[in-house]
Design a protein around this ligand. Structure first.
Ligand code: DGP
Ligand code: NA
Ligand code: NA
Length: 214
């Protein structure tokens, strides 16, 4: 009897300017070098029609009501849900740059009474759940040293401070149990090594064959 090994689902999360895209690229390359088949994804995926609306919103070219943009970000994840499941079942490891933790936390960070963490999580219920979510954490001081934020919608210190607090809140809840904090204030190679160690540990501990024996 042979067992078919399913792929892992790994999410890189973090604050703006934490180095997510660099680390995402390096992790994917490192996994491929070890012989894993890897599917690279990023959210928001700005290439779909919904993603183009999100892109315009983030660049300040269009306005959206806060609940509406939340649901568009969520729909942008749902567009890919089936392809994530298929890839994992086929043994491909899926690595995404952001996912629903950002979704929940960035919207809740707006501080509206009618847009709580609880409200923000509801549209995400049922999306494929990651095996591991790495939160690249960086202090506002370290971001300033990197040249500060860009010009997109949420790239202000006040917003990032609140986002950071809410990531830590989310980790205490059942939804946040797979989140692991990575100190992203260090050099690129140190962060890269730390991430790879966490991923390999997760892969060794997770029953990656569940449900797919043949
Ligand atoms: P990035 O392309 O990784 O820089 O992400 C774009 C911005 O969008 C970033 O500030 C984080 C934010 N973001 C990502 N996902 C969501 C989401 O689901 N909801 C909200 N409100 N913001 C999100
Ligand atoms: Na950004
Ligand atoms: Na990025």
């Amino acid at each position: 009897m042979s067992t078919h090994r399913r792929g892992a689902f790994i999410v890189i999360e973090g604050l703006d300017r934490a180095g997510k895209s660099t680390q995402h690229a390096r992790l994917c390359q490192n996994l491929e070098n070890q012989g894993h088949r890897v599917k690279r994804m990023r959210f928001p995926d700005r290439t779909t029609p919904i993603g183009r609306s999100i892109d315009a919103y983030l660049k300040g070219e269009s306005q959206q009501e806060d609940h509406v943009i939340h649901l568009l970000f969520s729909a942008n994840r749902w567009e890919t849900a089936a392809s994530i499941r298929t890839a994992i079942e086929e043994g491909t490891t899926v690595v995404t740059d952001r996912y629903y933790c950002s979704g929940i936390v960035y919207s809740a960070a707006k501080g509206r009474d009618d847009l709580s963490l609880k409200w923000a999580r509801e549209p995400e219920v049922g999306l494929p759940r990651p095996d591991l979510c790495l939160f690249l954490d960086i202090t506002p001081e370290a971001v300033a040293k990197r040249g500060g934020f860009g010009n997109e919608k949420y790239e202000t210190s006040a917003m990032q401070k609140r986002v950071r607090e809410l990531f830590y809140e989310l980790m205490q809840l059942p939804d946040g149990q797979e989140i692991k904090v990575i100190d992203a204030g260090r050099g690129i190679e140190d962060v890269e090594r730390d991430i790879m160690e966490r991923v390999l540990r997760m892969m060794a501990q997770t029953k990656m064959t569940e449900g797919l024996e043949s």
